[in-house]
Design a protein around this ligand. Structure first.
Ligand code: CP3
Length: 346
């Protein structure tokens, strides 16, 4: 049997082990709260070019690892490279967020082929290879993609914000939305499998827009497509653990955790540890869920909140993380303090 000490702590927990000190990584750990990231970002003419540069993406991943003893690295990329690779126009407006040419209002929805999309995403897999070679052996490498519904909402609406237009489109054009989700399931499955082939040790599926869906629609656009996606990833020969993060799923997290076949459940800020453990299958590893705003405020508020998370989740396999991505207003000093605290320092 392999020596447990050589297996990254994150993977041990994803295998169902409970560790005295949970492994920690931070959603959006490479990002604008780091001055060196802001500097690096100026070297690419736009955000997608940045994502498609294996050298810049690798450097972005290494920046937080140099500062903090994190247990995982996450590929630097974005969930919207998939629509971009499928031929939908995607751009990022500084200070506002992503924009796409919306499908809503178009008569026919046409997409490129999966095979071509995966070819266009080759720089992402090259980045994974480079990152894998650059990170320490005890640091797990996480690959990721957006879940079909979350990516579909951006494709439908052309932007984030409230998801009312996407939800109305499910009522108005259910067959067309199903067809869109099918394209996303196949392309995303191949995208995830290619990341694992290139060196990712585990995967996370970001379902950032699970909120506000009535139960039947949640089944149709979140659970069924995610279950198909996970099954397809497995069919492609992938055996690594998969973390599902259905942000805002509320009362539906139990159905999500039981029915999608994900290995571990990521929980958002508003979910209690007890709710998550009761809702999930027995022994399922749970990831979360510190309020990212405590990393802006710092001090005793941060210490207390981090201790609360440690205590609340201590009875089962736990991966320490935030309940949502870190904000640009967070400080590196507060992140250092958090990582130290979770690792057992003072
Ligand atoms: O976590 C990491 O360090 C890995 C990189 C990563 C990014 N985006 C880089 C990024 C990951 C995992 C994502 C996922 C992502 N992208 C999600 C799911 C997670 C979530 O936050 O709910 C979503 C919804 C997107 C789409 C997206 N990309 C948005 C809404 C934005 C704008 C956000 C903002 O704060 O302005 C992006 C841009 C983006 N993706 C940035 C980064 C570091 C900031 C843009 C920049 O640096 O100019």
């Amino acid at each position: 049997m392999a020596d447990q000490e050589n297996i990254p702590a994150l993977l041990r927990v994803l295998n169902g082990e409970r560790l005295e000190r949970p492994p920690i990584w931070i959603m959006r750990q490479a990002g604008r709260y780091l001055p060196e990231y802001r500097e690096l970002r100026t070297r690419a003419k736009n955000f997608l070019d940045f994502c498609y540069s294996p050298a810049l993406a690798t450097e972005a991943v290494m920046q937080p690892l140099r500062r903090f003893p994190l247990d995982a690295a996450i590929l630097f990329s974005d969930i919207l490279v998939v629509p971009d690779a499928l031929g939908q126009k995607v751009w990022f407006v500084e200070g506002e967020g992503p924009r796409l040419e919306p499908l809503i209002g178009q008569q026919d929805w046409r997409f490129g082929e999966t095979e071509k999309a995966i070819q266009r995403l080759a720089p992402v897999y090259e980045a994974v290879e480079r990152i894998k070679a650059a990170i320490p052996k005890d640091t797990a490498l996480i690959g990721f993609a957006g879940a079909p519904w979350t990516v579909a909402t951006y494709m439908l609406q052309g932007r984030g914000g409230d998801k009312d237009d996407a939800r109305m489109e499910v009522y108005r054009r259910p067959e067309d939305v199903d067809a869109l989700l099918e394209v996303l399931i196949e392309t995303t499955a191949q995208h995830l499998a290619a990341q694992v082939k290139a060196g990712a040790d585990c995967l996370q599926i970001f379902e950032s827009w699970a909120e506000g869906l009535p139960p039947q629609m949640f089944q149709r656009v979140v659970i069924a497509p995610t279950r198909k996606l996970v099954a397809r990833v497995r069919e492609l020969g992938v055996t690594v653990p998969i973390i599902g993060f259905p942000r805002g799923a509320g009362a539906q997290i139990g159905a999500y955790a039981h029915e999608t076949q994900v290995t571990a459940l990521g929980v958002d800020t508003q979910t209690t540890a007890d709710q998550a453990r009761e809702a999930a299958p027995i022994g399922m590893p749970i990831q979360g869920n510190l309020d990212p705003l405590t990393l802006v405020v710092g001090g005793k508020a941060l210490e207390d909140a981090a201790q609360d998370v440690l205590i609340a989740f201590r009875h089962g396999p736990h991966i320490f993380n935030l309940g949502h991505g870190i904000t640009p207003q967070a400080t590196p000093e507060n992140v250092a303090k958090l990582v130290n605290l979770v690792k057992g320092g003072v």
